[in-house]
Design a protein around this ligand. Structure first.
Ligand SMILES: *Cc1c(COP(=O)(O)O)cnc(C)c1O
Length: 411
């Protein structure tokens, strides 16, 4: 019989969202008329920008025209999209990133996992706690960890607690870590990292020869002009960082699928013989071998994000969600709750009232307000006592949910 990858057996069986679904379903079964509002899962709700849809319709017409038809595209993405990305997302912010360093993909969740293909098995790895679970689970699957303990912490991973005490940007570790996952603006806490905080990470990484894996999926939600959108705004980052970006949250592409990963050509890793190897070459080889590119139609849709109309529409989408976030922040604050995030990110991170555990607050909110959020403890042990509320919903639902919560919890 074929052997399985035993590392999968170490995974805490997809605990968080299935458990939320289980509790919601049980409640709905007993209360079939309860008007549930879900502010839990981080998926967008508003339709795709017209500019993107128009571009995709036109691309479909190309596919029906023998002279414009496209078969396999470049595995790295079409040059016109890579150039638009390099120009608008990086060069316009003073980042020295060339189109050839951008790899278009079908998702940054996928790329966060796939990147482990080009990295060795013996790296020491740090993640924040709480954390986007993909960084942890992909390392478990790759065999880079030991087993999980009671709290779901895996042996072999370094957990860097993020809390109000350190402005939700982790303390720089005192020891050397090879690989560090950073996500700013942060999911789940909604926190951002200042230029100084990111410079400290870049300096650490360069001193120790570490690699930063920087997830900027929410950069479009930054409103504070002092907050960097890209790690490459930080001097030295070309020598130590890979950046993940996505069209999922800024342009509503969660179901359309397009993202990108930046691998600077100046980035190297160590081979077993001690020599330095360009990570760009390995990633290019990996993508050429295991990936056949994003569909032409979707890449045309993504390109339209950079058109004048596309920029206006994506700005409007982001503003819409951020107005939701503002309502959530203000209403919960007025109800006497301690809130974090929600000013440069579409997530509000709420301290549970009266010392309730994350799951007890989840149950109370479900039963008394019929509102679903995400227990902070599901993102890591240090998330205990917190709760994530997502701004991805209709204005009507957000207003209604906040009205219910303020009524029940007002002190
Ligand atoms: C939503 C999200 C992404 C985007 O993932 P895609 O696969 O591009 O949809 C990446 N990182 C984080 C932390 C996210 O929340």
């Amino acid at each position: 019989m074929a052997r399985i990858n035993d590392n999968y057996l170490k995974l805490k069986a997809g605990y968080l969202f299935p458990e939320i679904a289980r509790r919601v379903n049980a409640f709905v079964e007993e209360n079939p008329d309860a008007p549930i509002i879900k502010l839990g899962i981080g998926d967008v709700t508003e339709p795709l920008p017209q500019a993107c849809r128009d571009a995709m319709v036109s691309a479909i017409a190309d596919m029906g025209d023998r002279s414009k038809f496209k078969g396999y595209g470049p595995e790295q993405g079409y040059a016109w999209l890579r150039e638009a990305i390099a120009k608008h997302d990086f060069q316009a912010r003073g980042c020295d990133i060339d189109a050839s360093e951008i790899f278009v993909s079908d998702g940054s969740k996928c790329d966060c996992g796939n990147i482990l293909d080009i990295l060795g098995p013996d790296n020491t790895i740090a993640v924040t706690d709480p954390v986007y679970p993909v960084y942890v689970d992909t390392n478990v699957m790759a065999g880079n960890t030991g087993d999980a303990n009671e709290q779901g912490e895996y042996a072999g991973l370094t957990y860097l607690p993020i809390s109000a005490d350190n402005s939700f940007t982790a303390e720089i570790p005192s020891e050397k870590v090879d690989l560090i996952y950073l996500c700013f603006p942060n999911n789940p806490t909604g926190a951002v990292a200042t230029k100084a905080a990111l410079q400290a990470w870049v300096d650490y990484a360069r001193k120790h020869g570490s690699l930063l894996l920087f997830d900027a999926a929410y950069e479009a939600f930054i409103s504070d002009p002092e907050i960097p959108h890209s790690i490459y705004e930080i001097p030295g980052a070309r020598e130590c960082a890979i950046e993940f970006r996505s069209f999922s949250k800024n342009a509503g592409f969660t179901g359309t699928r397009c993202a990108l990963t930046v691998v600077p050509k100046t980035l190297t890793g160590k081979a077993a013989d001690g020599s330095d190897v360009e990570l760009w070459k390995l990633w290019n080889r990996r993508q050429s071998t295991k990936f056949n590119g994003v569909s032409y139609i979707v890449q045309r849709g993504a390109e339209a994000v950079y058109s004048e109309a596309g920029q206006a529409e994506t700005r409007a989408l982001v503003s819409f969600y951020m107005e939701n976030a503002k309502i959530i922040r203000e209403q919960l604050t007025a109800a006497g709750l301690e809130v974090h995030g929600g000013t440069n990110a579409p997530y509000v991170w709420v301290k549970t009232p009266a010392g309730l555990s994350s799951w007890d607050f989840f149950d109370q909110l479900l039963k008394t307000c019929h509102v679903v959020g995400t227990p902070g403890s599901g993102f890591g042990a240090a998330g205990e006592g917190y709760f994530r509320i997502s701004a991805f919903n209709s204005r009507e639902n957000v207003n209604e949910a906040m009205q219910r919560i303020t009524e029940k919890f007002k002190v």
